[in-house]
Design a protein around this ligand. Structure first.
Ligand code: TXA
Ligand code: MG
Length: 346
């Protein structure tokens, strides 16, 4: 492995040449490209197998670069960047002129964030110092570094397992500290409209309200008539963040019953957090995560990968508490349960 400074210099050279570089953020690993270079951004879509109409998040070195990418930035956006950047909050804003439409999936809005991981920030700053890519816009487009619809990587080895050699370089920052993707907040409807939560994450609605003085609306099931006008958010598809093994969410009290009632030869892999939950005889593998939501989130995706590789017929997951501190985790588990077993159409 190269020393960190040399690895960053190499990463910058690759980004300037339109190549892909994976890097750690505090949430999950991202698959990065010069966001102003349409050919480079198209490589991201190809490497992930992601449909071209699904927009990417552009990562910036600091909020001072927002004007390069967004226009009509509302006051609320500056209040939130002041409070939470660098950090796990993505803002959806109106896109600036000159932003290539391939990054935004053809939409008039753009997702932007300044990540808090020191390696991500060092990369973004070095990229800016080296000229900031095409047009000097200094943005690195980076979706989570996984195949479309699969579990996001929280370790460098997961990126290689997902994407092979399509990332020319993977910067290794160890295990990501937060472990699930950033909160996404839509502010593109202007300062008069309520901010809208598109994806829950570590920055909770309550923390957003502590800055803005109002809770965001939660993007729910759209009424049929307005569905076409809503932004397309692949993270909001029901089937997402999914292992290949079918996954079922169950209350702790149901797990033994389901495991014991299964047919002979059936094997499960179990993900739980209750210290007292008994291991069913049919369990090939048990991963017991901490009962604290931050520590649970940090270990969740690595645990799901292990359970997925156990060769079980089903992954059983103990339901998590239904309160605000667990909301983002519950969201990811629900989507994993929907998408598991390769039932996705995309
Ligand atoms: O934590 C994260 O956000 C990670 C790290 C690498 O920063 N990135 C990430 O990117 O999760 P991705 O592409 O896997 O998920 C980004 C989500 C997608 O659901 C995408 O649709 C949404 O952000 N998004 C991006 N631009 C958008 C826009 N203009 N309008 C609505 N949603 C947008
Ligand atoms: Mg993703």
């Amino acid at each position: 492995m190269l020393p960190e400074g040399a690895a960053i210099d190499h990463a910058v050279v690759l980004l300037q040449a339109g190549e892909l570089v994976a890097f750690p953020t505090e949430t999950v690993y991202g698959l990065g490209a010069d966001a102003a270079n349409p050919a480079a951004v198209r490589r991201i879509f190809a490497a992930k197998g992601r449909p071209a109409d699904h927009p990417l998040i552009v990562h910036l070195p600091a909020d001072g670069y927002l004007d390069n990418w967004a226009s009509d930035i509302p006051r609320q956006a500056w209040e939130l960047t002041e409070a939470f950047w660098p950090g796990p909050l993505t803002l959806i804003l109106k896109r600036a002129r000159g932003v290539p439409s391939v990054v935004t999936g053809g939409q008039e809005t753009i997702g932007l964030r300044v990540p808090a991981h020191p390696l991500a920030l060092a990369l973004l700053r070095a990229f800016a110092e080296a000229g900031g890519g095409l047009g000097g816009l200094c943005g690195i487009a980076a979706p989570s570094a996984n195949r479309f619809g699969r579990i996001s990587p929280t370790e460098a080895a997961h990126v290689r397992a997902e994407l092979g050699d399509s990332a020319r370089l993977v910067l290794d920052g160890g295990r990501c500290g937060i472990g699930i993707e950033s909160t996404i907040l839509d502010l593109s409807r202007g300062s008069g409209a309520a901010p809208r939560l598109l994806r829950p994450g570590a920055i909770t609605p309550e923390r957003i309200a502590s800055v803005l003085g109002r809770l965001p609306e939660v993007a729910g099931q759209p009424p049929a008539a307005s569905a076409a006008a809503l932004p397309r958010v692949p993270g909001a598809l029901a089937a997402h963040y999914a292992p290949l093994t079918p996954l079922r969410l169950l209350p702790a009290t149901e797990i033994a019953r389901v495991a014991e009632g299964a047919t002979v030869g059936w094997r499960c892999a179990l993900l739980c957090h209750s210290p007292t939950l008994a291991t069913p005889a049919a369990a090939l593998l048990v991963r017991r995560l901490p009962a604290d939501p931050s520590r649970y989130a940090r270990e969740l995706y690595a645990a799901l990968r292990e359970l997925d590789e156990a060769g079980a017929d089903q992954i059983l997951v103990e339901e998590v508490p239904s309160n605000a501190a667990w909301a983002a985790i519950a969201d990811r588990l629900r989507r994993a349960a929907c998408g598991a077993g390769g039932q996705e159409s995309t």
